[in-house]
Structures are given as structure tokens and as C-alpha cells.
Ligand binder design. Structure first.
Ligand code: ADP
Ligand code: 5GP
Length: 227
């Protein structure tokens, strides 16, 4: 279930101090195509972008940190959170449940930052239904299915069985490409990162987000200011 949230926070640190609405920036891809890699690069390059940390019922993997990569909870706790309306969106993925807690998103927006989401197509769809124009959805494709499998194996975090399952799901995930605003091929990671960064910068500058522009434009248009 979705609950309404305060998605109207504005930023004030633009060069001209225009207030603007925060961006809910969604990155999705089939597992292994590189969205964690691109997300890491974006977060390092941009201090005003903050990651939404999801809640999941899947077991923690070696190297993952609770509260950093995910909030790891058991199924009863997840169900409690659903019942209490604590999620902006949630979905079943790979036999487990994953959800975006609402409060941290509100807090990030209220502090004048933008939010980055690593969620699947179901989450992207729900978020878009909830927050419409505040959401920017980017889908990352692998250059080929062979390269996708090679990356999954090179990452060395999954068993053969899990890799086979991820490859089997990849085609159906790719089938949701048309539910996104932008679709990119992650051939060279740095080039892909640059394109994603360009998208974010352009989206931040959209007139519809620049709620503070109107005051500035009105001042420009008054006779005194041109004297
Ligand atoms: P995802 O988050 O989509 O599951 P990852 O970011 O974990 O994918 O990437 C999967 C593996 O592929 C990682 O080992 C990563 O270093 C590697 N990788 C990511 N992008 C590229 C790229 N453009 N070229 C080669 N390897 C890549
Ligand atoms: P993984 O278990 O490999 O970290 O993630 C599996 C899939 O779940 C990825 O496609 C990831 O984008 C998606 N996912 C992670 N968190 C969320 C979430 O909060 N909501 C939704 N809908 N999907 C999520």
C-alpha cells in the first residue's frame, strides 16, 4: 500500500538560490548490468544526492552491511511495516520482499537533497504513480546477454544456481524498458555514468521543478529592475 508523503521539499543551494522541487531519481537494470557501480559513482560525485536504503527480507550477503546496503528484517517485521503504511512502495523480487521506507525519503527531501533509488520496475512504477513528475526513471541495459552473464560471474557474489536464476529473470526485466524515461546501454562504465549525471543535471534544471524562478523572473520584468 502506498501512503502520501511530503514530496514538495525545495532546494536552495543553486547558483541563483532558486528554490526547486527535489528529484526522485530511480536507477533500475537487470541484475549485473551495473546499476550499483553507476550509483556508487554518482553518490561519490554528488554530495547533494542521497541513497534511499531499502528494507528487505532476503538474507544478508558477505560484505554487506545492515543499515548501509539494506535494512535486513524478517518477514513478520516486514509485514508489520506494510500494515503500518511505512513504505512508499514494496514488491516481491527473487522470492523475497523489498520496500522503500517513506520517512527517510521525506527527510532527505526536506533537507534539500535529491534521492537515488536502486529499485526494480515494480518499484519504479509505484513510485511514479505516487509522485508523478518528481520521479525520473532511468533503465540501464547490458551491451549483450553474454556480457551480462560475464559480469555476474566476475562479481563472484552468487552461486551458479543464483546466476542461472538471475539470467532467466533478466529477459523479463528488460521487457519493462518502456516504463522508463531514459534507457542507456552500460558499455563503458565511465561513459554511462557521465550520461546518467547529465540526465540528473538536466532534470534538476527543468522549469517545472524550479519553483523559485517565478519570483526572479517577475523582478526582471518589473520596470524598476531594468532602469
Ligand atoms: P548491478 O548492481 O546492476 O547488479 P553491478 O554494479 O554490481 O551490477 O555490476 C556487476 C559487475 O559488473 C561488477 O563486478 C561490476 O564491477 C561490473 N561492471 C559494471 N559496469 C561495468 C562495465 N561497464 N564494464 C565492465 N564491467 C562492469
Ligand atoms: P539484490 O537482492 O540483488 O540487492 O536486489 C534485487 C532486486 O531488488 C534489484 O533489482 C533491486 O533493484 C531490487 N530492489 C532493491 N530494493 C528495492 C525496493 O525497495 N523496492 C523494489 N521494488 N525493488 C527493490
Amino acid at each position: 500500500m502506498l501512503r502520501p508523503t511530503t514530496l514538495t521539499a525545495s532546494r536552495t543551494d543553486d547558483p541563483h538560490k532558486f528554490r526547486r522541487r527535489g528529484v526522485l531519481f530511480v536507477l533500475s537494470s537487470p541484475s549485473g548490468a551495473g546499476k550499483s557501480t553507476i550509483s556508487r559513482m554518482l553518490l561519490e560525485a554528488d554530495r547533494t544526492l542521497r541513497m534511499s536504503v531499502s528494507v528487505t527480507t532476503r538474507p544478508i550477503r558477505p560484505g554487506e552491511r545492515d543499515g548501509v546496503d539494506y535494512h535486513f528484517v524478517d518477514l513478520p517485521r516486514f509485514k508489520e511495516m506494510v500494515a503500518a503504511g511505512e513504505f512508499l512502495e514494496w514488491a516481491h523480487v527473487f522470492g523475497h520482499r523489498y520496500g522503500t521506507p517513506a520517512q527517510p525519503v521525506d527527510d532527505i527531501l526536506a533537507s534539500g537533497n535529491d534521492v537515488l533509488f536502486d529499485i526494480d520496475w515494480q518499484g519504479a512504477q509505484q513510485l511514479h504513480q505516487l509522485a508523478g513528475g518528481d520521479v525520473v526513471r532511468v533503465f540501464i541495459l547490458p551491451p549483450s546477454m553474454e556480457e551480462l552473464e560475464r559480469r555476474l560471474r566476475a562479481r563472484a557474489t552468487d552461486s551458479d544456481e543464483v546466476i542461472t536464476a538471475r539470467m532467466a529473470r533478466a529477459a523479463s526485466e528488460i521487457g519493462h524498458w518502456d516504463g522508463y524515461d531514459y534507457v542507456l546501454v552500460n558499455d563503458d562504465a565511465h561513459a554511462c555514468f557521465r550520461r546518467v549525471q547529465t540526465i540528473l543535471e538536466a532534470e534538476r534544471l527543468k522549469r517545472s521543478r524550479q519553483t523559485g524562478l517565478i519570483g526572479f523572473v517577475r523582478k526582471l520584468m518589473t520596470p524598476e529592475s531594468s532602469a
